[in-house]
Design a protein around this ligand. Structure first.
Ligand code: SF4
Length: 223
């Protein structure tokens, strides 16, 4: 597998925000979001490493006191080795979070928390077609795993699309599993948006999603 980063830090987002975790960032993505905060992970690059699933597990084991592992990207579900990696992590007793843009079905992968982050229309470059979230794929994840449905929000204008997607899901998650996260890869960007996102959460009963790693470390990589 092509791995862009493998590091130990604090989970900054979602239900497990604050939990020390090992992060395995897989190279490659099938989207091209204009505000992607990990563009270096969109394809293998000079710094990415080719590692077998067994080697990745042994690297994860080397972090002290790690019980949680986050498989992220890029889009980790694209990697052919991901099911084997998840199987090995499960066998080794780790809690597995998979962070995915939810464009690919789970296909029975071992996962304890699926962090589904469908991308809104404003994620797509103006000269490219918008790839709308697929409710059937999202529902497959929701039916099979503990999930959080996480939306990157720039402002109140994003809400109609989010509410529309929830309406198209046959069995939507409860509101406290719907997370609104302010868009921002730097502290000033987050500061500009977090108030309005918090107010949207209050109004709709959704969960506010922090970005602790940005608050703690700014826009640095590998933390
Ligand atoms: S799906 Fe995620 S990793 Fe891929 S381009 Fe969009 S924000 Fe970046």
């Amino acid at each position: 597998m092509q791995i862009v980063e493998l590091f130990h830090s604090i989970q900054g987002e979602g239900l497990l925000a604050g939990v020390p975790s090992a992060f395995v960032r897989v190279a490659g993505c099938n989207l091209c979001c204009v505000w992607c905060d990990t563009p270096y992970a969109s394809r293998p690059n000079a710094k990415s490493e080719q590692l077998t699933p067994a080697r990745i597990v042994s690297r994860v084991r080397a972090f002290p006191k790690t019980r949680h592992v986050v498989l992220t990207g890029g889009e980790p579900m694209l990697a052919p080795g991901l099911p084997e990696l998840a199987r090995r992590l499960r066998a080794a007793g780790f809690h597995i979070t998979i962070e995915t843009n939810a464009t690919l079905p789970p296909a029975g992968i071992a996962c304890d928390l699926a962090s589904l982050s469908p991308k809104p229309a404003h994620a797509f470059p103006p000269n490219q077609p918008v790839r709308a979230p697929d409710p059937a794929i999202i529902q497959e994840w929701l039916d099979a795993y503990a999930c959080q449905l996480k939306f990157v929000v720039a402002g109140a204008g994003d809400l109609p699309a989010i509410l529309g997607l929830l309406e198209r899901l046959p069995r939507p998650p409860p509101p406290d599993r719907v997370l609104l996260m302010p868009r921002g890869a730097t502290r000033p960007e987050l500061a500009r948006r977090r108030q309005v996102v918090a107010e949207l959460c209050t109004r709709h009963g959704f969960r506010y999603c922090p970005r602790l790693h940005v608050e703690l470390y700014g826009g640095r990589r590998g933390v």
